[in-house]
Design a protein around this ligand. Sequence first.
Ligand SMILES: O=C(O)CCC(=O)C(=O)O
Ligand SMILES: [Fe+2]
Length: 491
Amino acid sequence: MDGPEDTDTLLALICSLLPDNIAPTQQSLLDALLQTEGDVEKAAEIISKQRSNSKRKRNVSLDGWLIRAASSNDANGQPSSLQSRLGTEPFSKKPRSANATTSTTKTGPSLPLSRPVKPVENLLDVLRQPLSVVPSVPRLPPLTLSNPSLVAQHTPCTHHLGILPPELACRLFYTMLHEARDWSRNKWWLVDRLVESPHRASLYTRHPVEGNDEAAWQGITRAWYNGRRGEVSKPFPSPMEEACRIVEKTVNAEMCKRKRFPLEWGGDPDDPDGQGLTWRANFAAANCYEGAKEGVGFHSDRLTSIGPYPTIASLSLGTRRVFRLREVIALDEVGKRAAQTFDIPLPHNSLCIMHASTQERFKHSIPPRSTIDRFHPPYPPPPELPELASDPGNCRINITFQFFRPDFHPDTIPRCKCGEMTTLRPDMKGRQRESEGSDKGSRSPGSSGEHATTGYWWTCTAGDQNEGKGCGFWKVMDVKAEGRGPFVSDL
Ligand SMILES: O=C(O)CCC(=O)C(=O)O
Ligand SMILES: [Fe+2]
């Protein structure tokens, strides 16, 4: 799920620190961010100094503004460093200062807080800051990929229509819609704001739990809930288990046709847990979007439990929504080519497989819409289900089946200075390549393009639940030193 993790978020944060009369270009925001190696506070300072030198319009100094903003939000009245509270993607090899913070750990959806806070805000509204964007290369209009062959041609995904027997698809839709009454909106801290995703979600684990390792699943569950304590995952309901077997067959058949990446899981299919499959689903995130306005913002899925180059199989049920993929342009290509956005309409009973490299090269979202296509279920609800609380014509259910890799067991995940499990993120911008001065090839769009080797970071995300206060810890993942694998490259 999403968190305070990417450049877009950092840009939005800089904007939120600027007075209303400053609307910088995206380029000037990026320049300031690079100049300050990702320090949002300093970047905001640079931009406002540039503006006040050129226009002399402001009569309030940024320092004063920052201190006012910080002290009004800090329980102890201390102006706290915004930078240290960001669990962000690192910009340089230099570790940031680690400000240990007193932690009031939150449990459950009500998130008891130690200080008065602003009301929970919809993440999409927070990120919709006034950016006046002047791109250095012309923007490309979004391309709609309206059939499976276009999806395969332009992206590392495949789209499979009518994946389940129609009766099973409907039964699963009604079952999950009924389950969704207990799901909640994911919440986390974005600096000093508590934000929530504008849709409901829940985590499911396949039973029997592999190796009977309940403790591992608790760790995975906690990581999935952005570090929130007290959440439990649910077992797959029986129609989900039925669907999962079909999804596994489709994914494995598709993977056999594809080039595999060196860092993909190369586990032994003869392993009793492997059941002879290259990829298997042992957990799933379920999402419910009710009405046109609900959605999920741009993000790439966290890799902490699923490792690099994962395969994720995403099943759509109910009303058709658009799945939007946006390419991330590596630093060495910024200004040379524009990012392409792809829209894939996902109808009821279709499976979109995000194959290896999707999480490394693209962000994805379900954008809110102004209208919705009403869904007309071809079967009535199963008689054994109680009456539904939501209108089935108005809802989309998504189930993303995923594989927890044994070599990313929670016990092996590096802890940050807050004592929490860190989060694994791909270096989508190629910063590690840049800082090493290496040229391992650049990326090109489409599934057939050569893909530069991606690096990964372990980063502190404890601030997600701790009022935005993390320790800023990060380190580069070193798969050999950390004893991970086997990888495809080891086979
Ligand atoms: O609803 C979808 O298709 C996407 C869900 C998603 O991105 C997620 O669960 O991480
Ligand atoms: Fe996702």
